[in-house]
Design a binder for this molecule. Structure first.
Ligand SMILES: O=C(O)[C@H](O)[C@@H](O)[C@H](O)[C@H](O)COP(=O)(O)O
Length: 261
């Protein structure tokens, strides 16, 4: 394993957001330099709101451009509900971010789940996997898709995407996208990227804020305990960056780095 995951701590979301913006833009520019598009996966929870705060501010110069027209957006996990349902991660991202993009810029290509398959979570996951197969097929090796960036949250139990602690899904080795029908966090039925896909991403960024995350951050960074977020940290090492606020990591013994690219 390489170096450890980067832990960047900020006074609050207002100071975290500009750093997250700089980080996302650097991943975007690296993706564009590598293959002309930026393939990014996002989760639900509080992330879309923070992302909007980071990305919707006006550009401050040439190096600070969000090139929306070059973005391909996927869902790191999604609830098995219609796209306009209150629980839908797509609906959340749409309301928080996509609907607020300036109308005069080229729009990103967004890949929601196919609502024709809501009756069967396995089929929904398989169909979403096919979306990834088609999108990533131009690569030489499609053993696993390689996202340029995954932007993830961390639940108070240490879950990420819909990969929950001690769940059998953590042992999935071959599927890229898997169904889960007994999610400990409602709603029960979801689909999620699997751990090998998360770990294969070029970069992984977690955003976790608020004192409510303190206990789990301590456990993830000090003990690991096989928690899904800790498993990602262990495999991705320095390819992984955490954007947190001071409240979330108070008392956590782990070196915090000053943010720089
Ligand atoms: O669909 C979901 O439930 C989310 O994708 C989930 O993985 C989320 O990211 C975490 O639960 C963190 O949520 P918060 O950021 O709201 O704490």
């Amino acid at each position: 394993m390489g170096k450890q995951a980067n832990l960047y701590s900020f006074s609050g979301v207002d100071t975290l957001a500009p750093a997250l913006r700089a980080y996302v833009i650097s991943c975007q520019d690296a993706g564009l330099a590598r293959h002309g598009v930026f393939k990014v996966g996002v989760s639900g929870g509080s992330l879309p709101k923070t992302l909007a705060q980071a990305l919707l501010t006006p550009s401050s110069g040439e190096d600070d451009q969000v090139k929306w027209g070059k973005w391909e957006i996927f869902f790191a996990d999604e609830r098995v509900v219609p796209l306009d349902h209150a629980d839908s991660n797509y609906a959340l991202l749409k309301a928080e971010l996509l609907d607020k993009l300036p109308a005069d810029v080229e729009q990103p290509l967004v890949h929601p789940i196919n609502p024709d398959f809501l009756d069967d979570a396995q089929e929904l996951a398989d169909q979403y996997e096919q979306v990834l197969v088609r999108s990533f097929a131009s690569r030489d090796s499609v053993k696993l898709p390689i996202f340029d960036l995954l932007l993830l949250g961390c639940g108070p139990d240490g879950h990420t995407c819909s990969l929950f602690p001690s769940h059998d899904l953590l042992r999935e080795e071959s599927a890229w996208v898997a169904p889960i029908e007994d999610s400990p966090k409602p709603p029960l039925r979801r689909i999620t990227l699997t751990l090998p896909v998360v770990n294969h991403s070029v970069r992984v960024a977690f955003v976790a804020t608020g004192a409510g995350k303190q206990g789990i951050m301590k456990e993830i960074f000090e003990e690991g305990n096989g928690l899904p977020c800790a498993l990602v940290n262990e495999v991705t090492g320095e390819r992984c960056s955490w954007f947190v606020d001071n409240a979330a990591v108070e008392g956590v013994s782990y070196p915090k780095r000053p943010f720089c690219l």
